[in-house]
Design a protein around this ligand. Structure first.
Ligand code: HEM
Length: 202
């Protein structure tokens, strides 16, 4: 890669890193300063969950942007954004287990049985962990073509999170539809490419 491009990419990645870290900084600041409203623990669970979903959707836009602009540099941002999604999801689950439940495991298990939407979130979390752990160059080399197949699970994770979100139904559909629209658009674009590709290969 030419030095100029590498410098530019390095700077862009740094800016993106800081932008994606900013919500965590705000949550920390608001948490310490007691600016998270009357129920700070719940607000932290909600906000970190929303940021996890936003980051996941943003990571899914990198491949369509690559095809639409014929520029491959978008892919260089994908892993970092995906890892931020995992980071916010981990914050979400940690806040839920330790702040909302005070790590009372018996109560937590009863809650899991009572509220299936939590199980749906947990399934998405397992997928995201798996994808995060295998996102390195080493795993890419080891798994070869299977790596792409494995990482297609990101769509399953995104659909599970949408279901989890709808089930929680905190914002009503008014708050959810922009996320649903973005996700279905991204999935639609991929299906369209897939069919166009198979038509061409006939
Ligand atoms: C073990 C895994 C998970 C558990 C136990 C869990 C638990 C919860 C709970 C209890 C709520 C409702 C909070 C409230 O009543 O205010 C919630 C909401 C939410 N969760 Fe999760 N979740 C999990 C995984 C995930 C993951 C992996 C994501 C995204 C990547 C996610 C995204 C969301 C979103 C977007 C909301 C809605 C927030 C809102 O209404 O403002 N969750 N989750």
């Amino acid at each position: 890669m030419p030095k100029k491009t590498a410098d530019w990419l390095g700077r862009a990645r740094l800016v993106l890193f800081l932008l994606l870290l900013a919500p965590a900084g705000w949550l920390l600041y608001a948490g310490i300063g007691n600016h998270l409203g009357p129920d700070p623990a719940k607000a932290l669970v909600d906000q970190s969950g929303l940021w996890a979903f936003r980051c996941l959707l943003l990571s899914l836009t990198m491949t369509p942007l690559r095809y639409a602009t014929h520029r491959s540099f978008w892919i260089r941002f994908r892993r970092m954004i995906g890892l931020f999604a995992l980071f916010y999801a981990a914050l979400h689950v940690t806040a839920y287990v330790f702040l909302l439940f005070g790590a009372r495991w018996q109560e937590l298990l009863a809650e899991l049985a009572k509220r299936p939407y939590v199980m749906v979130g947990a399934a998405a979390m397992v997928i995201m962990l798996l994808l995060g752990l295998t996102s390195t160059k080493g795993w890419q080399r080891r798994l070869k073509r299977n790596w792409i197949k494995l990482h297609r699970l990101v769509y399953a994770a995104a659909l599970l999170i949408l279901l989890h979100f709808i089930w929680v139904n905190k914002l009503g559909l008014t708050g959810i539809w922009p996320y649903a629209l973005v996700l279905f658009f991204l999935l639609g674009v991929r299906f369209w490419w897939f069919f166009r590709q198979s038509e061409r290969n006939k």
